[in-house]
Design a protein around this ligand. Structure first.
Ligand SMILES: C[S@@+](CC[C@H](N)C(=O)[O-])C[C@H]1O[C@@H](n2cnc3c(N)ncnc32)[C@H](O)[C@@H]1O
Length: 277
């Protein structure tokens, strides 16, 4: 039996459990919409008490949470595949990767995959699924820009962050985007945000994971403000739940669709894209 891997409790790193479990659940409940062979396997290797999550797994709201995790990953994959269509040997960089395998899901056989996260998560990743050919795991705080030295963007670069920018202040998010734009001309940067209402709804998550800087963290109500972040980039955005795919699966209920519209509308959940000149 391989050794079980521990994720530190009460830390920003522990936030990876929610989307990981969500993807596992979504693949079980909505198989026509989403498949993710890695999520269940990785959950089984973690020394983590999933019992409270398992108890809620049949509830409509928890299933909707699983849909959120899966739709975001599908949205990111759409953006990566779209970029790779014109830059087949590009670098694909998963910023705040957690234990997610989106880079591999988009592997076209010629791109290079980078996974960046805090050192303990990268160590866990190396044990669970060591970096493959054309893949590099980078242990670094994203806000310490030296990690970018390791990325070869000579054939293009698509950077994406799923569920990560919520934990940054606006200043940190802007600085990261600007540094990427300065260093990697022609790159694409994709990340999700929520509006102020969404941030209020996430308060419990922040508290549960021991994060005290909740009030300072990023919320984007009006996406046009993102245009002022980086004058070198064309900025666009889409709804997170329904902006890319229609959520087709017989197990998706009317209530799920209503909640999806609410998330894309009032909660202002969005996927934002910067195409840098
Ligand atoms: C909600 S999880 C999302 C994980 C993954 N993107 C996914 O979709 O499954 C947030 C991830 O961002 C990472 N993270 C947050 N702040 C970070 C920072 N400043 N530098 C590096 N990683 C960070 C956490 O360690 C965690 O793995």
């Amino acid at each position: 039996m391989p050794e079980k891997i521990t994720i530190e409790k009460g830390s920003v790193q522990e936030t990876l459990i929610i989307p990981l479990y969500g993807r596992k659940l979504c693949a079980e409940v909505f198989p026509k919409l989403y498949t993710d062979p890695s999520a269940a396997k990785i959950c089984s290797r973690l020394d983590y008490d999933f019992s409270s999550l398992d108890k809620q797994a049949n509830s409509t709201f928890w299933r909707f949470g699983a849909l959120e995790a899966a739709m975001r990953q599908l949205d990111m994959q759409w953006e990566i595949n779209d970029y790779l269509a014109s830059h087949p040997a590009a670098a694909v960089i998963n910023m705040g990767c957690g234990l997610d395998q989106t880079g591999r899901a988009c592997d076209n056989g010629t791109c290079r995959i980078y996974n960046v996260d805090m050192p303990d998560i990268i160590e866990a990743r190396e044990q669970l699924s060591p970096a493959g050919e054309r893949e590099l795991n980078v242990a670094s705080n994203l806000n310490d820009f030296v990690w970018m030295d390791q990325v070869d963007g000579s054939a293009g670069a698509v950077f994406f962050a799923a569920g990560v920018f919520h934990y940054f202040t606006e200043g940190q998010a802007r600085a990261l985007v600007n540094e990427l734009a300065e260093r990697f001309g022609g790159c694409r940067i994709v990340f999700d945000t929520v509006g102020k209402l969404g941030k209020r709804l996430m308060r419990t998550t922040f508290k549960n994971f021991g994060m005290e800087n909740y009030d300072e963290c990023l919320a984007v109500d009006d996406p046009t403000v993102l245009r002022s972040w980086c004058p070198k980039a064309a900025v666009s955005w889409r709804g997170y739940m329904l902006g890319y795919y229609p959520m087709d699966d017989p197990a998706v209920t009317g209530l799920h669709r209503f909640l999806a519209r609410l998330c894309d509308g009032a909660v202002k959940m969005r996927i934002n894209r910067f195409d840098v000149a």
